[in-house]
Design a protein around this ligand. Structure first.
Ligand SMILES: *Cc1c(COP(=O)(O)O)cnc(C)c1O
Ligand SMILES: [Zn+2]
Length: 406
């Protein structure tokens, strides 16, 4: 069987829903999770079958919700490099450190994973028009995959979202709008528009299949480390889909018996300018409160209140993880540091996880013996706004470059 998908399940009220109909949230208002026939799959699927499969996220098709292979919409996404950063590991004082580099994926951010699986499943369900609010990267990815699928897309993003992502949506032929406000304002507008026009609402977690795309990051990390899990995984958390997905992936691998031992401690990293999950975790709460006047250079994690906050917090609590907020100044500093010491031009959101790792090592929460994985969720060149440069212009006949300074 191509997919072992079974049904949708509500993590709040337990109600189940079918996977062959267009569904957004549960009747109780909660996001839904995709469930699989894991017992059957356990008998039928071996790790060794993966060795001959292409290096895309579709190599895990049994654990993905698309039933008919013909509905797959792909640009070759997945199996991004898991790069050891030995210089940085030495500097932080940890045994092993890896960057999972999602910058090298179609559309330049890991949003491509959610879009590939979400758009493929939408195609399978006969959806022709999708609409969504975005902080930039999700809109870029979903409009691009919609174009690939021959679907129409409507995207609403804050005026302040990274400029290049606007261009990606425009190039993909999206019905694109800007809003004077935050992603939460864009979300309200989309909510009214889908009612009026009958479009499918593909907003974060109002669409159940995006998590499945993002969970493949967890599957890949496990496979790339030879099915031996790291001790800590740090994730830049906005809507939280990635961390919810990684947790779900690791639980599914446990149930399949493909991994052993305790799960990695999952760390939700946010910016001090928008840290609702961190505040909730510090107060021992299971849900977050809307973060007023949020602001950060790491635009992808500027989400003042996430629909799936309770699932993010569950992932953190259940793995003995933590939640930590970092300063925007440190984010910018780490971004430059990683580019110049490891050759990795990562995005500000990714840099936040490095800043968090440094802080957690300093206070001893991360130990010297730990193997840690940080997620770089996008490519740095998408954010020219955050680059601080002082470059001298040379006169062709009279000037020479100085020797290195410092
Ligand atoms: C969307 C986004 C995030 C946050 O992702 P969630 O899974 O929604 O928390 C992080 N980094 C980048 C670059 C993003 O685009
Ligand atoms: Zn429910």
């Amino acid at each position: 069987m191509f997919s072992y998908v079974s049904h949708l399940e509500c993590p709040k009220c337990g109600l189940t829903h079918p996977v062959d109909q267009q569904i957004n949230l549960c009747t109780c208002g909660s996001p839904l999770l995709v469930r699989y026939h894991l017992n059957d799959l356990k008998k039928a699927w071996q790790k060794s079958s993966l060795t001959t499969r292409p290096a895309t996220l579709w190599r895990y098709h049994e654990l993905l919700p698309v039933v008919d292979e013909a509905n797959i919409v792909t640009l070759g996404e997945g199996m991004t490099p898991l790069l050891p950063t030995t210089r940085l590991a030495r500097e932080l004082g940890v045994r092993e450190m890896y960057v999972k580099d999602e910058g090298i994926i179609p559309t330049g951010s890991f949003k491509a994973r959610g879009a590939a699986v979400g758009v493929s499943k939408a195609k399978e369900l006969g959806i022709t028009d999708i609409a969504m609010p975005t902080n930039g990267n999700a809109g870029a990815a979903w409009s691009t995959y919609a174009a690939r699928a021959g679907m129409r897309s409507t995207i609403v993003m804050p005026k302040a979202a990274p400029f290049l992502t606007r261009g990606e949506c425009a190039m993909a032929g999206a019905n694109l709008y800007l809003v004077n406000g935050l992603i939460s304002d864009a979300g309200k507008i989309v909510g009214r528009a889908v009612q009026k026009h009958g479009w499918f609402d593909a907003s974060t977690l109002k669409e159940p299949y995006r998590i499945e795309g993002k969970k493949t990051m967890g599957l890949e990390i496990a496979e790339q480390l030879g099915w031996k899990l790291p001790d800590v995984i740090l994730y830049p958390t906005g809507g939280g889909v990635g961390i919810i997905g990684i947790y779900k992936a690791l639980r599914e691998l446990q149930e399949l018996g493909w991994v052993e031992g305790p799960l990695p401690r999952l760390v939700a990293v946010q910016s001090k300018g928008c840290a609702p999950i961190v505040r909730a975790w510090q107060e021992g709460k299971r849900e977050s409160v809307f973060w007023e006047h949020s602001e950060t250079v790491a635009f992808g994690i500027n989400v003042p209140k996430a629909l799936g906050d309770f699932l993010v917090l569950e992932a953190v609590y259940e793995t003995d993880g933590c939640a930590i907020a970092v300063d925007d100044r440190d984010i910018i500093m780490e971004q430059k540091h990683l580019a110049s010491t490891e050759g990795l031009f990562i995005c500000p959101e990714g840099a936040a996880t490095v800043a968090a790792a440094r802080e957690l090592r300093k206070i001893g929460w991360i130990k010297e013996s730990d193997t840690i994985v940080v997620l770089n969720t996008g490519i740095g060149i998408k954010y020219p706004e955050t680059i601080d440069m002082h470059v001298k212009t040379l006169q062709p006949d009279s000037d020479l470059p100085e020797t290195y300074i410092g």
